[in-house]
Design a binder for this molecule. Structure first.
Ligand code: AMP
Ligand code: GLY
Length: 428
């Protein structure tokens, strides 16, 4: 089989890495890819928003399966265009991808179908939104409606912060049209878990749990980012909790999308807050998470290709999904300054020392080749993943690997997965 993967980040590198292990696959292309991906796939110079060119390429090369990594092309309707050309493509169509494209849509869906989520109100009027804040008590959460690369959510400790968030989204338009509407919602307290599942609209095959670290600094402080690291599995996700999430969230969501006339096929990502009163939905994404993909795919034992094909042909009831029992941890090495401004073009050293090390993968995200060197080319630069017998072991291994890599201004969190490690009980 020939496979085309669309995207250029760490998620896509881990997807290519996993797909390359499939005995069914003879050739992988990646558009546009990155220097890490180019070691496993042929990178082609077409960007993720060039739908027509991507489709033409898939037709010309007789691509058997196209896998769309990021949300933007899904929201733009790339799956619809590929389907019109009779091409096999993995991901939800435009109608279903609205689940991530609009928080106003997803929150309304949650409310309408009785799926647990924070209380909220939607606004398209700047003054009304400001007045609403005056009637509320902080902490309070302000969210841009549309896509904003994980940066459109403001968890505000004071009413002033909330007013500033409204200003940047609705007045300064830092996220463009994505800020035409906003959601203001109750601030939930608890632990977060990402639960991802394959669904063909009829059947659901859940993946192992993972936890992202959204904020830029240790101790969950600083502004939100695309994700600074992740681990899997999450000890908090017991079998009992999973069954509750399946019953109250996962199954009702897939049914709700059917009832709305928006049948969903692909990976559905549910961001959950585990509160005192049970699991609540924070957000939906319509694709694998980044960096959740890096830790989940590192633990996936089954070949992913038959699962993707079964999702497309609506035969997920016929596949099994097996996992390695080892834990995995991913630490994102970012450019200093991210998620604000940062410089590109810093030489990355130490990559060679980690090649072919069992249980360690270095997934490229924002990198490029320049004069025979690999240099930084984005906010999130690398995702270093290590496996281990348990989370503690994997955490030790990952930081050992991270310490071998450097570039000017590098920033990474030192506490990825620490929350999952039970503090040693004192022995008196
Ligand atoms: P979202 O993109 O909606 O998942 O939001 C990004 C991050 O903001 C989440 O992973 C949470 O850490 C935080 N967040 C979002 N909504 C809430 C909420 N209602 N209460 C507390 N934190 C939230
Ligand atoms: N890691 C969060 C996301 O992919 O949106």
């Amino acid at each position: 089989m020939k496979v085309l993967v669309i995207g250029s980040g760490g998620r896509e590198h881990s997807l290519v890495w996993k797909i390359a292990q499939s005995p069914l696959v003879s050739k992988i292309f990646c558009a546009p890819g990155n220097p890490g991906i180019s070691e496993l796939a042929e990178c082609i110079n077409i960007t993720v928003d060039q739908t027509e060119q991507l489709c033409e390429f898939a037709v010309q090369e007789n691509i058997d399966l196209t896998v769309v990594g990021p949300e933007a092309p899904l929201v733009d309707g790339i799956v619809d265009v590929f389907n019109e050309h009779g091409l096999k493509v993995f991901g939800p169509d435009k109608k279903a991808a609205i689940l991530e494209d609009s928080k106003v849509f997803s929150k309304s869906l949650l409310k309408k179908h009785g799926i647990p989520t924070a209380d909220f109100k939607c606004f398209d009027d700047y003054q009304q939104a400001r007045r609403y804040i005056a009637s509320k008590e902080a902490p309070i959460v302000v969210k841009a409606d549309g896509l904003s690369k994980g940066k459109g959510v403001f968890v505000c400790k004071t009413n002033d912060e909330a007013l500033q968030a409204i200003d940047s989204i609705m007045k300064d338009k830092v996220f463009g049209e994505a800020g035409d509407q906003i959601v203001i919602e109750e601030c939930l307290v608890g632990e977060e878990i990402s639960l991802l599942a394959f669904t063909d609209g009829k059947n659901i095959v859940a993946m192992e749990s993972s936890q992202d670290h959204k904020t830029v600094f240790d101790g969950d402080t600083g502004p939100n980012t695309g994700g600074m690291g992740a681990y899997s599995p999450v000890p908090l996700m017991t079998d009992k909790l999973y069954l509750q999430v399946e019953k109250e969230v996962l199954v009702p969501t897939v049914h709700a999308m059917n009832r709305e006339g928006r049948p969903y096929k692909g990976v559905i990502y549910i961001g959950l807050m585990i509160t005192d009163v049970g699991p609540m939905v924070l957000e939906y994404n319509v694709r694998l998470g980044d960096p959740e993909a890096q830790v989940i795919l590192s633990r996936m034992k089954s070949d992913i290709v038959p699962i993707m094909l079964a999702t497309i042909s609506e035969e997920l009831d016929k596949v099994d999904l097996e996992w390695y029992s080892q834990a995995s941890v991913c630490v994102v090495m970012a450019s200093g300054g991210y998620p604000g401004s940062y410089d590109n073009g810093k030489e990355i050293t130490g990559l060679d020392s980690l090649k072919n090390q069992d249980g360690i993968s270095v997934f490229h995200a924002g990198t490029k080749s320049a004069d025979g060197k690999i240099v930084t080319n984005g906010g999130r630069v690398l995702g270093v993943v290590a496996c281990g017998e348990g989370i503690e072991d994997a955490q030790k291994n990952v930081y050992g690997a991270v310490s071998k890599i450097s570039f000017d201004g590098v920033h990474y969190r030192r506490d990825i997965a620490s929350k999952a490690i039970t503090p040693p009980t004192s022995t008196i």
